[in-house]
Design a protein around this ligand. Structure first.
Ligand SMILES: [Zn+2]
Length: 362
């Protein structure tokens, strides 16, 4: 009943013999994109997207154009898998009233197996080899798709947001860490084992800051919201007169400074905060140049909380990218744009992916 995920790998070894292959128009995951309604879906319908974060669960009814018709939220109920399932069931029941819901897509941080049935690992939840899809399909009596939250957001940006029309797309989410995902030729690209996109852990400064992955010098230690907060706290503790606005904003207590506070001050014109964001932007651009050398996308879409800094972040990133790009001057360079869908990208993408993949074999 349930088709392959758009991210399913269709490499030469796995591809069925040509005479058994389905017509291309039925392989939604393989269709190529263009702006707007480039996936020729048989029927239009509604899907529910659910984004499970470390602190909250956000859900919405999403139509075939990526619009959210109705929303609901809950706090994440601890880490017990049964409690999380229960919240999902409640949200689907609540949101499903008055709508004909075709399928349910669930995005969560972590790794899913390539078939999208099992959560291999999720940092915020106690899911280890959890057969979540099977459990939920039984409870919800609808097709359910599980996906990584960054993949879901990238899919949404490609279908409805800043990445429309770009078939080699890399999305970067700057939050506490760095999330990454790719949509290549109309498919979510997840690598051989389903764990691609961990760009935040490319080592950009050997021997640098310790990362929670265990290594030192990972990109997310330099180009994330956490990195911005850490550098701002260091500046505030240095007794530099530059830090006076930062210190004033937190009542003289440097430990209270966060990336969000720095961003706010920068937007209000504080020169020290602007400088701190510029520095993060430069690290961002350097990491993007590395990714361009490996992946050669047409466009990077930058999302996540840090994006509220807008051009204060992206302009220095563009400059550093251009300065570090391999073969610069002799090759076309990828664009760098801000995400268009904001914090709802994950739930929109999860809903849309569930609709697309649940129709594949109909
Ligand atoms: Zn790391």
């Amino acid at each position: 009943m349930y088709g392959p995920l758009p991210g399913d790998q269709a490499g030469p070894l796995k591809r069925p013999a040509p005479w058994r292959r389905r017509p291309a128009t039925h392989r939604a995951g393989q269709l190529h994109g263009g702006a707007g309604g480039h996936l020729r879906l048989g029927r239009k319908g509604l899907a529910i997207g659910i984004d499970i974060g470390g602190t909250k669960v956000a859900a919405g009814v999403v139509d075939a154009e990526g619009r959210i018709l109705n929303e609901a939220r809950r706090s994440t109920p601890g880490t017990d898998p049964r409690a999380v399932e229960q919240v999902i069931v409640e949200l689907v029941e609540e949101l499903g009233r008055g709508h004909r819901i075709w399928s349910v897509g669930i995005g969560a941080a972590g790794w899913m197996d390539l078939a999208g049935g099992t959560v291999l690992f999720s940092p915020h939840l106690a899911w280890r080899n959890e057969p979540l899809r099977e459990n939920l399909q039984r409870l919800l009596r609808r097709p359910v798709l599980l996906t990584n939250d960054a993949d879901a957001a990238a899919w949404a940006e490609w279908r409805f947001g800043a990445g429309q029309g770009e078939d080699r797309l890399v999305c970067i989410t700057l939050g506490t860490g760095i999330g990454g995902a790719m949509v290549m030729d109309g498919r979510v690209e997840r690598g051989r084992f389903g764990v691609a996109g961990e760009f935040g852990h490319q080592i950009i400064m050997p021997g640098g800051h310790r990362c929670e992955c265990g290594n030192r010098g990972c990109w997310e230690q330099y180009a994330s919201g956490n990195a911005l907060g850490r550098e701002a706290r260091l500046l505030a503790r240095s007794n530099s007169p530059m830090a006076q606005d930062l210190l004033a904003a937190v009542g003289g207590r440097p430990e209270l400074i966060t990336g969000a506070i720095v961003t706010e001050l920068a937007l209000a014109g504080d020169p020290a905060s602007r400088e701190l964001i510029e520095e993060v932007g430069e690290w961002l651009g350097l990491g993007l140049a590395n990714l361009a050398a490996a992946l050669d996308p047409g466009l990077f879409v930058i999302g996540g909380g840090l994006c509220s800094a807008g051009d204060l972040l992206v302009e220095p990133a563009r400059k550093a990218f251009a300065r570090n790009l391999t073969g610069r001057g002799f090759r076309p360079a990828a664009g760098i744009e801000l995400a268009a869908l904001g914090p709802n990208a994950g739930l929109i993408g999860a809903a849309d992916l569930s609709r697309v993949s649940s129709r594949v074999r109909r």
